[in-house]
Write a protein that binds this ligand. Structure first.
Ligand code: ADP
Length: 550
């Protein structure tokens, strides 16, 4: 699986887990809230149903119930919906709040405004009173009781409805013998309504008598009378309604489920896009690094990757570029070394070949001087090869050192004595100024090689009449050796290169002096291996000073 896909899958898994956990929490909390709200609805349903039913009985109509329902809803914080048995909405607080009615899921409660007639077992004591207007002599007392109850309730309802139509609040109801609510006629003195009600009530009385008499043939006439009462009052009572109650009508699944799914889907899409972008951003530098390393492996050492910020990938890119540059530099150095070695060896070899061919062809007669010259050329080649071997060993850390304790002043004095003859031959004054003893721990032979190289150079680049001074002295707890000459000096621009292999200030002149261009490079490596430093200072035309600190 590619790096990009792995990052993508990983981030996606985290996103899905986070979304799932959030959705689960939200769903759980919402479900609990909905359950609480449903419990509250159950608590309120009895009161609400009773209040709404009392309204219908008192007003004889559902007209104007909206206002009462609105007040009830405000008090109980419940959504209230009243629907008749045919599904027609009488009132819905969602409509009153000017919004679309939400679907209902709670079971409805039936509100039937009709009262239930209660017929006492013993009717002997019952006085039918002024309401008993039917007084049908052929009826039993129970029948008369029922007829009276129907008649009183009818007049109560018709009178209340008439008042409502005239925008008059009907009077409160009281309970009578029959368990039927009624209003005393005179509480609201409205003659028109009283006349109208009396007229309409008269009209239905014959039906009441017939309905109650029909119960005589029944096994339980009392139950039949109760039913007859209900049937008769149904014709003028407000129709039964279904009451739906609930602060929230949706169940948890539809209420929270859908929004949660939509939100989770949205977040998931965002997570997908974000993840794809992150994966691309992360994988792009990785891919470019992979491609760059392939190119590098194929030998394109000039390959570099564009920097990508300062993060881990940025650091990786920088390291890669540094590595590529180091490889490029190393390869260039190697190429230069091979070219230099070839060049260095070719000159003495050409000389040798030239002389040998001239001897062979008889162009030059063999002489002692000629053989001496040939010997010099061969010597030079061997020195170059020896120096190269030393340098390679030193640079790879394989040059072995036999370290002992010795006095550096002795080494300086020995070097002076060793080069005295050469100095005299060159007409250069060679002196030493030592402030010993200077005890050091190191490889005497290798340090002698270093000093010898410095003195040889000093004598080589100093004309007759000049002077070379060797100094050895302590400085800040370290031992210092200086080789100062009054030679031609080194140009400031050339000074940084004197320790580079095969570097010479003036190749033509040096060719004549027979240097390999490796002496100072080897000297520096030996000094570094002794934890020391070597540096050069020079003024062209005045002289140079090489200083070794151990
Ligand atoms: P070489 O064997 O050619 O002397 P070195 O590595 O010892 O090689 O020196 C490198 C170059 O540094 C020389 O070719 C010369 O140009 C310059 N150099 C070294 N020592 C001195 C000196 N004392 N005075 C002037 N130039 C010097």
């Amino acid at each position: 699986m590619s790096f990009r896909v792995r990052v993508f899958v990983l981030v996606l898994l985290v996103a899905v887990a986070a979304i799932g956990a959030t959705a689960w929490l939200t769903f759980g909390l919402a479900s609990r809230q909905i359950a609480d709200s449903q419990a509250a609805a159950t608590r309120h349903v009895v009161d609400t149903a009773e209040t709404v039913r009392a309204y219908a009985r008192r007003h004889g109509t559902w007209r104007g119930v909206s206002e009462r329902v609105r007040l009830l809803s405000d008090d109980s914080h419940q959504r209230i919906r009243l629907v008749n048995l045919y599904g027609q909405v009488t009132v819905d607080t969602d409509h009153l709040a000017h919004r679309a009615a939400r679907p209902v899921v709670n079971p409805p409660t039936l509100i039937d405004p009709r009262p239930t007639l209660k017929i006492p077992n013993d009717l002997t004591e019952v006085q039918l009173g002024p309401g008993a207007r039917t007084q049908d002599p052929a009826s039993t007392k129970a029948e008369l009781f029922t007829q009276t109850a129907i008649d009183r309730y009818r007049r109560t309802q018709l009178f209340a409805r008439c008042l409502v139509e005239r925008f008059i609040e009907p009077p409160p109801l009281s309970q009578d013998w029959f368990g039927v609510p009624f209003a005393a006629d005179k509480v609201v003195d409205d003659r028109d309504c009283q006349q109208q009600t009396t007229g309409q009530a008269e009209w239905d009385r014959a039906g009441d008598v017939t309905a109650t008499k029909a119960c005589r043939t029944e096994d339980v006439p009392q139950d039949c009378l109760v039913k007859a009462f209900g049937d008769r009052v149904a014709t003028f009572s407000p129709e039964p309604l279904q009451l739906f109650l609930g602060a929230v009508d949706d169940d948890a699944a539809t209420l929270v489920g859908r929004p949660t799914v939509i939100a989770a889907g949205g977040i998931l899409v965002l997570a997908l896009i974000g993840t794809a972008l992150i994966a691309r951003n992360v994988s792009r530098p990785v891919r470019s690094l992979t491609a760059a390393s392939r190119r590098l492996a194929d030998g394109h050492l000039d390959t570099r990757v564009p920097p990508v910020g300062s993060g881990e990938l940025g650091q990786l890119s920088t390291s890669f570029n540094r590595m590529a540059q180091a490889l490029e530099v190393a390869e260039a150095a190697q190429r230069r070394l091979v070219a230099s070695v070839a060049h260095e060896l070719r000159t003495p070899l050409s000389n040798l070949l030239g002389y040998l061919e001239a001897l062979q062809d008889g162009v030059l007669p063999p002489s002692r001087e000629l053989f001496a010259s040939l010997h010099d050329e061969a010597q030079l080649q061997r020195r170059i090869l020896d120096d190269l071997q030393d340098l390679t060993l030193a640079e790879s850390g394989h040059l072995t050192y036999r370290r002992v304790d010795f006095d550096l002043c002795d080494l300086v004095e020995a070097a002076r004595v060793a080069h005295l003859a050469v100095a005299e031959a060159a007409g250069v004054r060679l002196t030493a100024e030592v402030a010993g003893p200077l005890p050091v721990h190191g490889d005497q032979d290798r340090l002698r090689q270093v000093l010898g190289n410095l003195v040889t150079n000093a004598l080589r680049y100093t004309d007759a009449g000049g002077a070379v001074v060797l100094r050895a002295f302590p400085e800040e707890g370290r031992s210092v050796v200086e080789v100062e000459d009054t030679g031609c000096g080194i140009e400031p621009a050339d000074l940084p290169f004197v320790f580079q292999r095969f570097w010479r200030a003036d190749p033509a002149r040096d060719r004549a002096t027979g240097g390999s261009g490796l002496g100072l490079t080897i000297a520096r490596q030996i000094v570094l291996d002794h934890d020391g430093t070597i540096d050069a200072s020079s003024t062209p035309g005045v002289g140079s000073t090489f200083r070794v600190t151990l």
